[in-house]
Design a protein around this ligand. Structure first.
Ligand code: P6P
Length: 336
């Protein structure tokens, strides 16, 4: 029987690399793990949890129809993390403004941003979805956190990761010392280390993009995809495969496992709506960029390293090009 390290043991051993650690970070991460286990249980019920399926009859700040599970997952995340004294506040795709930890609970030093159920349009068709989270340190001296406290470049994250509710439930995270993947053992309720020190292959022949937007893309992206479609007889000299799950967590997890490039680039349709991209910076692009970079990949807007973007508002969107280093560098070359 293979003896595997549990996520809790891994986190506590990681804490030993920080001699001044107070245990707050470990406590917060433990609460995030609890939230993800509960969301995993909820999403695995599928149509059996009738009260949780379908739309909630409301829209989020993005103007997107909220699924009941979006709202339930958001509530689970708040209830699992607000009480333990590790957080000063949180911000979520599903909430217009940030959520300061209520005064009846002790205030901790961390901030967390999260997308409680990314890809939720896949829920009703039983396709993988996920939770994405990003942990930063709250600015000193602030009493009650405000939206502006979250507007920190992604390079300031102390931890980021995702939980993928797929054929198995996997927690993949980084604290700045590489990327490790843990699989939920439902017989014990433990996440066990199954993917130590994940690394993205530098080269790939697999791209991930919503092809239906081709006519709206910038010329650099159109050029790259058109060259991929020309295959071995074209300038890239090899045949490509394409995948699009329309669930960022699943599409990025795939490239973390076997290489690839994931793109949700700027397009004219989004620009016409005054949006600077589709994916949100604080709780999708930044956490996934931290993971991708820690796994030796690159993550760019096409013109700037995503983790260097200075956020200007909570639900800001950015173009996203991330994955295998050499392939992303080629695409960035086309942009310049
Ligand atoms: P489209 C899910 O709604 C999401 O935010 C990402 O998870 C996913 O990559 C993207 O949007 C899918 O967008 O336009 O293909 O539906």
């Amino acid at each position: 029987m293979v003896q595997r390290t549990s996520l809790l043991k891994f986190i506590i051993e990681e804490q030993r690399h920080h001699p001044h650690a107070t245990g707050e970070f470990t406590g917060l991460l433990t609460d995030v793990v609890t939230a993800c286990k509960k969301i995993s249980s909820l999403t695995s019920c599928g149509g059996l949890a009738e009260q949780a399926m379908g739309t909630a009859g409301s829209e989020n700040v993005q103007g997107e129809t909220q699924k009941k599970l979006d709202i339930l997952s958001n509530e689970i995340f708040i209830e699992s993390t607000e009480w333990s004294g590790n957080l000063a506040g949180m911000a979520s795709e599903e909430m217009d403004d940030c959520y300061p930890v209520p005064s009846q609970y002790p205030r901790g030093k961390y901030l967390i941003t999260f997308d409680p159920l990314d890809g939720s349009s896949n829920i009703d068709i039983n396709v993988s979805v996920g939770t994405i989270f990003s942990i930063m340190v709250a600015p000193e001296g602030t009493d009650t956190v405000v939206n502006e406290d979250f507007l920190q470049p992604g390079a300031r994250q102390v931890c980021a990761g995702y939980c993928l509710y797929g054929t198995s439930t996997m927690m993949v995270l980084t604290t700045g010392r590489g990327v490790n993947g843990f699989t939920l053992d439902r017989s014990t309720g433990d996440f066990l280390l199954t993917h130590p020190m994940m690394e993205i292959p530098a080269d790939t022949n697999e791209y991930s993009i919503n092809q239906s937007n081709h006519r709206h893309w910038e010329p650099a992206v159109q050029r790259y995809i058109d060259e991929c479609l020309q295959g071995a007889d074209g300038p890239l000299g090899k045949n490509y495969n394409m995948r699009w799950i329309a669930s960022m967590v699943a599409d990025v997890h795939r490239l973390l496992c076997r290489g690839g490039v994931f793109m949700y680039p700027m397009d004219a349709k989004l620009q016409a709506k005054g949006q600077n991209g589709k994916l949100r910076l604080l709780y999708e692009a930044n956490p996934m960029s931290f993971v991708v970079e820690q796994a030796q990949g690159l993550a760019s807007t096409g013109r700037q390293r995503i983790m260097e973007v200075q956020p200007e508002e909570l639900h800001q969107r950015v173009p996203v090009i991330m994955g295998s280093r050499n392939e992303v560098e080629r695409i960035l070359g086309y942009h310049s």
